[in-house]
Design a protein around this ligand. Structure first.
Ligand code: SF4
Length: 488
């Protein structure tokens, strides 16, 4: 069902309007029998939904001095009201009117603005229709993150992300632009050459702005999809260019993570290389503890392969292990998901990340229309079950993010034993610390002094393009840090 938007506000609100209307099964179109008019008058935002035979109106107080974020909030509320009038529906809103990827940023902003932590869940419920349980979750996470996101070091404490855009095969739910790892060693070596070259630029950047690197993360894709030899060379390049450099800013490093997500390309040799390089956090991801699901989603490993990899890691000196699971994989029942959760917590990992399936258009699974069998209610129940099971082994939620097209409009939640929270995950998600991206498809972000906006640069996804433009891109990345009015 369609409606046509007539927006007289001096603010582009097409996306939030479309997000709210979608809860009622409506989407915007250039012309339609139904017109939604938005206006600002007499200290209110008003919405009028006009059809051929009937019309509905709603308004929400909004002061003349309201910032764009608050105007958008009011727009969302009035749009919900008029569509509820039109349809007679009251859709369940697990996250209220919050539709962004990083709801914890709002919690931080409100706490910074003077809302008391104890009053925050209620504030979020009243102003954003957020259920109290989610408000409490956001508050707890924001408070937990505060020791890492301390204001005094906000502009200097930095993360480095090195992206390896290769995987051994494509998972059917994946929308990430990872390619299949080239089998010839020369291509893999060329890729590492590019990374090594760029790391020299990074060291200069750290020195130039007196940055303090707290976290280093090698992710992707699947970094361990490189051959044993090339993977070891990648880690040696990181050691040589970063860890063993004389750069003062790297003496602050506390966390070095490798995303070893796919057990099908894990090996004892790679683990030895990680130990030698000082990796202290690793991710090994079963996603499901059912072989039939793993086959269905195109992961070329079995549950046994995961156990073998996990056992190897447990015998190593790497102290923090993360395990990822996905709720809502195709054809998995509630019982099967519960079984996977039980197996994961039995291993007592320090970190557990529970994702909810996201069906993006670019994912092969979406194109095949092979939809998840879980209902929204069942997915919610499983997310709740995951939280209880994580709590039972002493893990607490410490970061959270949402994505569009997420099953049941739910969230991905990272749990950790207190003291083992991933610094990088918090830096990357809250966008209050600079993150320097290295490698194709990586992103560099530099927050502005207000703490709520940032400068950002995305590296090209294509490996050859990244390599060809390396120096130009390094200069643009350096320019992100030249923020007027700061002494970064
Ligand atoms: S391992 Fe991750 S990045 Fe690679 S194809 Fe699977 S989901 Fe995508």
């Amino acid at each position: 069902m369609f409606f046509c938007l007539r927006n007289t506000l001096e603010l582009d609100v097409a996306r939030p309007v479309s997000d709210m209307a979608a809860f009622f099964g409506y989407q915007p179109a250039p012309s339609a029998a139904l017109t939604l008019t938005l206006a600002r008058e007499h200290g209110c935002i008003s919405a009028c939904l006009q059809g051929a035979e009937q019309s509905f109106t709603a308004s929400e107080p909004c002061s003349e001095a309201a910032a764009s974020g608050d105007i958008t909030r009011c727009v969302k509320l009035v749009v919900l009201k008029v569509f509820a009038e039109l349809t007679g529906l009251q859709p369940k809103l697990p996250w209220g009117i919050l539709t962004g990827v990083r709801p914890t940023k709002l919690a931080h902003k409100l706490l910074d603005g003077g809302v008391e932590a104890a009053a925050l869940p209620e504030y979020l419920s009243e102003n954003y229709l957020l259920p109290m349980s989610q408000g409490r979750l956001l508050t707890d996470i924001a408070l937990k993150q505060n020791h890492i996101l301390s204001d005094s070091t906000r502009l200097t404490d930095t993360g480095i992300y090195i992206g390896v855009p290769y995987c051994p095969s494509r998972c059917s739910y994946c929308s990430f632009p990872a390619g299949i790892v080239p089998q010839d060693e020369e291509s893999q070596q060329n890729f590492v050459n590019m990374i090594e070259q760029d790391l020299q630029n990074v060291v200069q950047l750290i020195g130039m702005h007196s940055l303090r690197v707290k976290s280093l993360y090698i992710g992707g894709g699947t970094p361990t999809s490189l051959s044993d030899k090339v993977f070891a060379r990648l880690l040696q390049a990181v050691e040589r260019r970063l860890l063993q450099s004389n750069c003062e800013g790297l003496r602050h490093l506390r966390e070095f993570t490798v995303e070893a997500g796919r057990p099908d390309c894990f090996s004892a040799a790679k683990l030895a290389a990680m130990e030698a390089a000082g990796v202290n956090r690793i991710s090994v991801n079963p996603q499901s503890f059912h072989d039939k699901t793993l086959q269905l989603i195109g992961r070329r490993h079995s549950v046994k392969d995961f156990y073998n990899a996990y056992e190897l890691v447990r015998k190593s000196r790497i102290p923090v292990v993360n395990v990822d699971l996905i709720i809502g994989l195709p054809q998995e029942t509630e019982q099967e998901i519960a079984y996977s959760l039980e197996q994961a917590v039995k291993l007592a990992p320090e970190n557990l990340t529970v994702h909810t399936l996201t069906l993006k258009r670019s994912a092969p699974l979406f194109q095949k229309q092979e939809q998840a069998v879980l209902t929204t209610q069942a997915a919610e129940k499983m997310v709740q079950r995951a939280a209880e099971m994580a709590a039972a082994i002493g893990l607490e939620p410490y970061y959270l993010y949402r994505q569009h097209y997420m099953l049941g409009h739910l969230a991905n939640i990272g749990y950790a034993k207190p003291g083992t929270e991933s610094i990088y995950n918090i830096q990357m998600m809250e966008e209050r610390h600079p993150v320097i991206g290295v490698g194709p498809a990586s992103a560099s972000k530099v927050p502005l002094p207000d703490g709520h906006h940032l400068h950002k640069l995305n590296m090209p996804k294509n490996v050859a393009v990244y390599g060809a433009r390396l120096q130009e891109l390094a200069e643009r990345r350096r320019d992100l840090f030249n923020i007027e009015g700061t002494d970064l």
